[in-house]
Structure formats: C-alpha cells, structure tokens
Design a binder for this molecule. Structure first.
Ligand code: AFD
Ligand code: MN
Ligand code: MN
Length: 423
C-alpha cells in the first residue's frame, strides 16, 4: 500500500537512530524481567500491533464545544487537512489508521475525493457521528427542546432524516458504523415526560435502524448530564442497554469514559455490557469532574487499565468475535491537538500493553482461594510494569517513532502547516 506521510521517512529514521541503542538496552532489560514472569516480550509486541484506535475529526482543532476556543496556527481548515493531521499521528504512533467523522462539520462536495485522499494516507473511516445537538443555519426545526426524543413529530423526523444522511455519507466513504449521541433531556422537573421522551427516542432509533446497512453497527452513547441538567433521555448504561436491546442486534452501547458520575465503577459496567453482548465500543479520554475530554490516562491510568483488563478477559473467552470500536473523544484548548492525540495514542498503547502482561492463571487461583492480597498484587504487578520500551519497540517495528512527540517537534510539522494553511 502506498502511503504518503508528511514527515520524511529518512528524517524519522535518523531521529530513531539517535535513541535506538538506549531503547534496545531498556527493551532487553524488560525482556529479561518478563521472562522471569514467564512472559515472552516478543509475543506482547506482536499483540500490541493489533491495537488500533480512531481519531475524532473534531479533536484536531483546538477547543471543544464548550466556551471560547484559542486557535492554534495551522488548524485544519477542512476535512482533508484533518486527515493529513491524523496521518501524521498515525505515522508516528502506528496506532491511529482510522478517523471518525462528524456530520455536518465534515461535509464536503466530493466524497470519492475524500475516500481517495484517505487511502493515499493509509487511513480508513471508523464510525460516523451525527449531530442533532445544535441547530445548523437554515434548518427548518430547532433542536432547542430535543431532537430524536422531541415532543413534536416534525422535529423527530428531521433528526431521523439527518441520521439517515449521515449513514449515506458513511456508505460513500466506506464507514461501517454510526454513533448517535443526543443532548436531549430537560432542565426542570415537569418540563417533559420521563417515560414518553424515552419511548419517542427509541421509536426514532427504530427508524434509523431500518436504514442501517446489513454490515453496519449502530452505537448509542449515553451521558449522565450536560447540556440537560435535571434529566437526560439516555443518561446511563441501563437505559442504553434497554434501548439497544429493543432496537435490535446491531444496535450496541458505546461507553465514553467521561460520561459517568464521579466514582462510578466503569469496568463493572463494561463487564455487564459484555455479558449482555451489547458492548459496542469506546470513546477513550479521561476526566476529573465529568465530560472533560482530557488526554487518556492523564488522571486515572489505573481505571483505564482495569477497563482494558475486562476487555482482554472477554477476548480470551470469545476469541475473534469479540470486536469493539475504539475511538478517541477528546478536544483540547491548551495543547497542540496533534501532540495531545499522540500522547493519548501512546498512553493507550502503554495501558493496553500493561493489561496484556497480566498473569491470568495467577489471578484466577488467587480469586478462587479468596487471596485478596495476591489477587490485587497480580493486577498491580502488571500495571506497575514500565512498558514504555515495549511500546516504543512495537512502534518502531511498525515503522513509527520511538519518541513520537520528540520527532513531531523536531520535524517542524506545526510550523510548516501553519504556513501552508495560513491562507
Ligand atoms: C459531546 C458528547 C459526546 C459526543 C461528542 C461528539 O459529550 O461525547 O461523542 O460530543 O459528538 O462532547
Ligand atoms: Mn463521546
Ligand atoms: Mn462527551
């Protein structure tokens, strides 16, 4: 496959050469350590290479959807430039060959050109995201009081039609999934019927589901609050499980890590959704308060590890049929978004690697014997392993960077695109 990467291959190799000796030393030291735990480091490296995650197109510019944004020079001006930045993140990390589009933000006149551009960059399209949480210019009906669950039929129909359009665009670019997140809810008791709004939402989902191509998946994403501050139509995994069960086989639940109240045991939710056969995928990020969309593992790395641990167990039991969509959902105002996404990709690689190191036999036996200390220590033994040389080696072997942020900075990528995109 021909791939056109922005950073020169020779330059990347030269940068890697500067640190490869140190990497080899660290890697073989870790290899010896793991061998004592009867783990073959090369096998972990190989497994890690399968871990791929999608970049959210909306995460490539500064600022999210809240408050003001402080634009950075060289922000992508259109969806093609968003792909360019994604390709650079993928070139360095080798973990992000996928991009998740958001409609209407990423609308363009020529989808075959978009698909060609993606192919040239070695990228393909993950889940499509619809947007009925804000009004677009010229839109007939407002979503001020909700979209898919709105009390007015005409508004619901408009929101359904938008989702169908999103699926149509997705078909053109080769996507296989649509993610539906709605901002619907109420701010005051009495504002809407708690039961009827949920019924109306499910009925709208049915309409979208009817148009879902055979080989597609529909993800529904729950969130406890914001923008609605009293009641949210799809607030939690229980509601999402109910709705997805009613709607059909191909309707799955998407877990955004930021969409839980503080203290929620997310890995337990993940385990339940796996049991129900309804876990579809993730929006990976981190949070301190609520939906903060921070860099993955910046606040709660151990929580992410425990979630990945559940996924690895499920993969061991179910084998290849256990397939999830891993997407990043983050948006930054302070960091260069490309750097932030590189950081997230690297953190995900590291935590995934740690979870792969867990000694399942030892854990099972400790659990069976109610040996609480040994069980917990087995988790910690994996989590506390410094896997950075392992993930760096995996990246290097896949053609990426040993030190992605370092190479990115050294390459002057941001300066270059700032100039090119200044016009
Ligand atoms: C909002 C929601 C949700 C969604 C994202 C993209 O909280 O996370 O995935 O927008 O539409 O931040
Ligand atoms: Mn999300
Ligand atoms: Mn969110």
């Amino acid at each position: 496959m021909v791939r056109h990467f922005a950073i020169d291959d020779d330059f990347l190799e030269k940068q890697n050469k500067k640190v490869v000796r140190a990497l080899k030393q660290d890697f073989s030291a870790l290899g010896r350590k793991l061998a004592r735990r009867k783990i073959d480091i090369d096998k972990i490296v190989k497994k890690l290479k399968y871990f791929k995650v999608a970049v959210p197109s909306w995460g490539l510019g500064t600022g999210g959807t809240r408050f003001g944004s402080f634009p950075l020079p060289g922000q992508p001006r259109d969806v093609l430039e968003k792909l360019d930045d994604t390709a650079t993140i993928n070139q360095l990390t080798r973990a992000t060959p996928l991009v998740s589009l958001h409609i209407p933000w990423d609308k363009t006149d020529d989808y075959s050109a978009l698909k060609r551009h993606a192919k040239k960059l070695g990228l393909s399209f993950d889940a499509m995201n619809s947007n009925t949480f804000e009004d677009q210019p010229g839109q007939k009906h407002s979503y001020k009081y909700g979209s898919l669950s709105n009390a007015a039929k005409a508004v619901r129909e408009q929101a359904v039609a938008h989702n169908l359009e999103v699926i149509d665009i997705g078909k053109k670019v080769g996507s296989k999934a649509v993610t539906v997140w709605i901002a619907d809810g109420s701010n005051f008791p009495g504002q809407d019927s708690l039961s009827e709004s949920f019924e109306r939402y499910i009925e709208s989902l049915h309409q979208i589901y009817k148009a879902l191509p055979e080989d597609w998946t529909m993800f529904i994403e729950y969130k406890p609050f914001e923008p609605a501050f009293y009641y949210t139509v799809l607030a939690d995994w229980g509601s999402a499980l109910m709705a997805s069960t009613e709607v059909g086989e191909k309707c799955k639940v998407l877990v955004d890590l930021g969409h839980h109240l503080p203290g929620t045991n997310i890995e337990a939710i993940v385990a339940r959704l796996i049991k129900a056969g309804k876990l579809g995928g993730f929006h990976l990020n981190d949070n301190h308060y609520a939906d903060d969309d921070l860099t993955a593992a910046s606040i709660y790395p151990y929580r992410l590890f425990r979630i990945f641990h559940e996924l690895i167990i499920a993969g061991k039991i179910q084998g290849r049929k256990f397939q999830l969509a891993y997407m990043i959902d983050q948006s930054h105002n302070l960091k260069d978004p490309v750097e932030a996404l590189i950081q997230t990709a690297m953190e995900l690689q590291n935590i995934w690697a740690k979870a792969l190191l867990l000694d399942h036999k030892k854990l099972r036996s400790a659990q069976r014997n109610n040996d609480v200390v040994m069980a917990e220590m087995t988790l910690k033994e994996a989590f506390n392993t410094d896997t950075r040389s392992l993930t760096a080696m995996a990246r290097r072997e896949a053609g990426g960077a040993i030190d992605p942020v370092g190479v990115y900075r050294e390459s002057g990528y941001r300066k270059k695109i700032a100039k090119q995109r200044a016009a």
